[in-house]
Ligand binder design. Structure first.
Ligand code: HEC
Ligand code: HEC
Ligand code: HEC
Ligand code: HEC
Ligand code: HEC
Ligand code: HEC
Length: 303
């Protein structure tokens, strides 16, 4: 009798162990006993998961109906304008009055394409592993939503260029000096000064005392321009391009993500490289004598 019970116990221990292991596949904590897994997700209050991401919308699934190319939808209304003064009122703002770019994307105000020549698809790939960088005090832990970033960027923009290994340690001073998160934040992504509580989500939201930006940050001035040339230096408005394209359409393959790092010349553009990937008359206006000024526009004439 006794022996029989022991045997019975042994027979269900194995399946139970298997079940625990299998269940581990959906449980980070259990998995971490066996494997090197990413840190745990943050509290749900930080950035609410966009509703459309869970089910993947109406995107064709593996094993579903035969795949058919999604017809290119008409571009959103905001793409009709080339002036920031007209675009800004169409974009959602965050609590601090800055453009909430990720909200704009999720709400469909903008529909930036992932690459040139491919139709816009709404099946955002989200790498759902969001975590906190530990701060010196838990209050100053910094929230890093991988998911938000993979909606915009290619993995290769950050790995290994900015974050090669796990467990990188850095401080706010490094970020403010333009390294790590500061490679994008404070340049093209939301400004550091008014965005403290977007990263430090455990600090109660507060109104910034610094004057809010005009919202049009990230314009690139090509200062390496030959000053003896008959045209002023070219400029590149990030906002105008990012309402049409994700960062991954340009970075890191077409442009290295550092100001001045790309040796752009007109001869290269005309061969279809750099700006010429699009400014060829099919994706965007072509280089021609009546378009020089659109890229080589003096600062005071830009809207
Ligand atoms: C883009 C995200 C981001 C923004 C915006 C940001 N921080 Fe940080 N901050 C970090 C990261 C990452 C760290 C390093 C890990 C940690 O200590 O949490 C950090 C660290 C800190 C620390 C810990 C001590 C130190 O010097 O490293 C303080 C304090 C801090 N930030 C204050 C601020 C304030 C004040 C603002 C607004 C002016 C701000 N941060 C904006 C990401 C950000
Ligand atoms: C905006 C920058 C950024 C982008 C884009 C990005 N990551 Fe990360 N990733 C990070 C940061 C920051 C960490 C934490 C690094 C650390 O702790 O030092 C990280 C960590 C990881 C880790 C954990 C590494 C480990 O050893 O556990 C994996 C895996 C990972 N990323 C995969 C990806 C994949 C796959 C993509 C594209 C779908 C991607 N990342 C896109 C910034 C990024
Ligand atoms: C390669 C560029 C890049 C790097 C590096 C990067 N970010 Fe971001 N981040 C973005 C972009 C683009 C967005 C979308 C919102 C925007 O553009 O303002 C974003 C959004 C965010 C958001 C969400 C804001 C929202 O609207 O929900 C947080 C929080 C954030 N980043 C924190 C960080 C932290 C912390 C780091 C460093 C560990 C970091 N980011 C590094 C580009 C970057
Ligand atoms: C249409 C192409 C295009 C798109 C889309 C684009 N960029 Fe850029 N980006 C550029 C060009 C061009 C430069 C300037 C490179 C140079 O100076 O050599 C640049 C430069 C940068 C820099 C360096 C800025 C500095 O001051 O050092 C960062 C950071 C950056 N981009 C981030 C982003 C992020 C984040 C996104 C998406 C939200 C994005 N870019 C979307 C073309 C693009
Ligand atoms: C799609 C944007 C774009 C258009 C259109 C454009 N350029 Fe450029 N041009 C650039 C960029 C980017 C550079 C490299 C940065 C710089 O030197 O300002 C550049 C550089 C130059 C230079 C510096 C030396 C060289 O050869 O690269 C000259 C001169 C020049 N352009 C003349 C022109 C003329 C003339 C036209 C009209 C026929 C024109 N560009 C149209 C983007 C453009
Ligand atoms: C991924 C495609 C892509 C790349 C790469 C690209 N552009 Fe554009 N650009 C566009 C599109 C699309 C427009 C909107 C106008 C249109 O449809 O012709 C535009 C518009 C512009 C405008 C606004 C013109 C105006 O009249 O207001 C400027 C300036 C500009 N681009 C400069 C550049 C420069 C400089 C580069 C290279 C450093 C560049 N672009 C690279 C796609 C691109």
């Amino acid at each position: 009798m006794m022996r029989n019970r022991e045997q019975k116990e042994r027979t269900w221990i194995l399946p139970a162990l298997l079940a625990v292991l299998l269940c581990g596949a959906c449980n980070r904590k259990t998995l971490s006993i066996f494997f090197d897994v990413p840190p745990p997700p943050p509290t749900p209050t930080a950035t609410p998961a966009p509703p459309e991401t869970a089910a993947g919308g109406g995107a064709p699934g593996i094993g579903g109906a035969a795949w058919a190319p999604t017809p290119t939808p008409t571009p959103p209304a905001i793409e009709k304008t080339l002036a920031w003064s007209e675009a800004r009122p169409q974009l959602p703002l965050d609590a601090l009055g800055e453009v909430a770019w990720d909200t704009a994307l999720r709400e469909g105000v903008i529909r930036p394409r992932k690459d040139v020549g491919k139709p816009a698809r709404d099946d955002d790939f989200l790498f759902g592993f969001d975590f906190f960088f530990p701060g010196p005090d838990p209050l100053f832990d910094a929230f890093f939503p991988h998911s938000v970033h993979t909606r915009w960027l290619a993995c290769s923009s950050c790995h290994p260029a900015i974050f090669p290994v796990r467990g990188t340690r850095f401080s706010m001073a490094d970020v403010a000096a333009g390294e790590y998160c500061g490679r994008c934040h404070g340049k093209v992504a939301f400004p550091l000064s008014s965005g403290c509580s977007k990263c430090h989500t455990k600090v109660p939201a507060f109104k910034s005392h610094t004057p809010r930006s005009k919202g049009v940050y990230g314009d690139i001035e090509f200062t390496a321009h030959d000053q003896t040339a008959p045209v002023p230096p070219a400029y590149f408005p990030h906002w105008l391009h990012r309402i049409r394209f994700r960062c991954s359409a340009c970075h890191p393959d077409t442009f290295e993500m550092r100001k001045g790092a790309n040796p752009i010349k007109m001869t290269e553009i005309q061969k279809g490289r750099y700006c010429g990937k699009c400014h060829n008359g099919s994706v965007a206006f072509a280089v021609a004598f009546d378009t020089c000024y659109r890229c080589h526009k003096p600062a005071q004439e830009r809207e």
